[in-house]
Design a protein around this ligand. Structure first.
Ligand code: DP6
Length: 357
């Protein structure tokens, strides 16, 4: 009796140009394109094993050992259904000898090797690993961009974790979403000096989820309309050029501006959403001062902060500056032994190739 099982893993990605807003909530089609860097560190990944067996009664999923319900029309069910459809159309319909895996229920076990309580987004790596594991199980010839269309329907930001390095999610224009997908801007090897420092300011579960927060912004923020029409298209072009030219100063300027504007549209939402706290703002002040001194001396910035839908900071910087940045952070923000719950955990993550293992 053959065993049909496959394992894949995918890393976390952190956006420099933020995705915030959907034009189609069912298909998860965004109101603007976005761009991120996929982290490389071994301890920021989701690893997922999928197994198909005719004796299973139904599709089931375990996350870090605890079973999660697969709701009928939910995002998990959509991803699993779509992957089975591709298996049917691309493999089984063409090769009558191929086992009919699309008709077997699947059992899926997923594990994050970073603490789920650390306040780091796990849905991006989670859905990317899920889709990658099913693609391996079903032996699909699909490219990472094609798989990103399915991962996107699990969680928008997940589509970018199908690639390592520097990745754009092109918003696309088709109503069925087939052209709303991730593309590689540059592999990690293009700019290996780029590093990321993750500063966990709080490991509380966030107050307003990305999904509901961005929907409220779409419904109530006038500033969002300006952002998606006037601001993001130019920034996508600018940051892509900065990455291609390995121009850290331009990369930093655009990344920080976009983090600021994302938090401005959150504030422009009714009722307003505050994701950053006093520690987040103090980290911004530190990076601004650090850059002010660098700009005075050399005319170039040395670090870039960015914040997602929570208070934790990610600081991008060339590797050569990291030691100095870490010592500044440690000096001004004592670690958890001294101030528990203020600054729980940090780590320097290389930026990596990611994708399938
Ligand atoms: C602030 O991808 O978590 O991290 O598509 O509703 O699952 P859903 O949202 P999600 O939103 C991520 C928002 C962000 C910015 C980004 O990653 O681009």
């Amino acid at each position: 009796m053959a065993i049909y099982q496959a394992t894949a893993s995918a890393p976390v990605n952190i956006a420099c140009i933020k995705y915030w807003g959907k034009r189609d909530t069912k298909l998860i089609l965004p109101t603007n394109s976005s761009l991120s860097v996929t982290l490389d560190q071994d301890h920021l990944r989701s690893t997922t094993t999928a197994r198909a067996d005719p004796s299973f009664e139904r599709d089931r999923l375990w996350l870090n050992g605890t079973e999660e319900e697969i709701k009928d029309v939910g995002r998990l069910a959509t991803c699993i259904k779509e992957m089975k459809r591709i298996r049917r159309e691309v493999v089984e319909a063409k090769d009558p000898q191929a086992p009919k895996l699309s008709t077997f229920p699947v059992h899926i076990a997923s594990h994050n090797n970073f603490p789920t309580a650390a306040g780091l987004a796990s849905s991006a790596s989670g859905f990317a690993a899920l889709v990658s594991a099913l693609a391996a199980l079903y032996e699909l010839p699909s490219s990472p961009s094609e798989l990103s269309v399915i991962a996107r329907q699990g969680s928008g930001s997940a589509c970018r974790s199908l690639f390592g390095g520097f990745v754009a999610w092109e918003m696309g224009s088709a109503a069925d979403g087939h052209d709303s997908l991730a593309v590689e801007v540059a592999p990690q090897s293009h700019w290996p000096e780029m590093h990321a420092l993750i500063c966990v300011v709080s490991d509380d579960k966030k107050g307003t989820s990305s999904t509901s927060g961005m929907q409220r912004t779409v419904e109530t923020s006038a500033l969002l309309q300006h952002r998606i029409k006037e601001v993001v298209p130019a920034r996508m072009a600018e940051i892509t050029a900065a990455i291609k030219a390995r121009d850290f100063d331009a990369f930093a300027r655009v990344t920080m501006a976009d983090s600021n504007q994302f938090h401005a549209v959150a504030l422009d939402t009714e009722p307003p959403i505050f994701y950053m706290n006093d520690v987040s703002r103090a980290i911004i002040a530190l990076v601004v001062e650090y850059n002010r001194v660098a700009l005075e001396k050399t005319g170039k910035r040395k670090a870039a902060y960015t914040f997602d839908a929570g208070p934790n900071a990610v600081i991008y910087a060339p590797a050569e500056n990291m030691r100095e940045i870490v010592s500044l952070i440690v000096r001004y923000f004592p670690q958890k032994d001294a101030f528990k719950d203020v600054f729980g955990l940090f780590g320097v993550a290389g930026v990596g190739e990611g994708g399938l293992v």
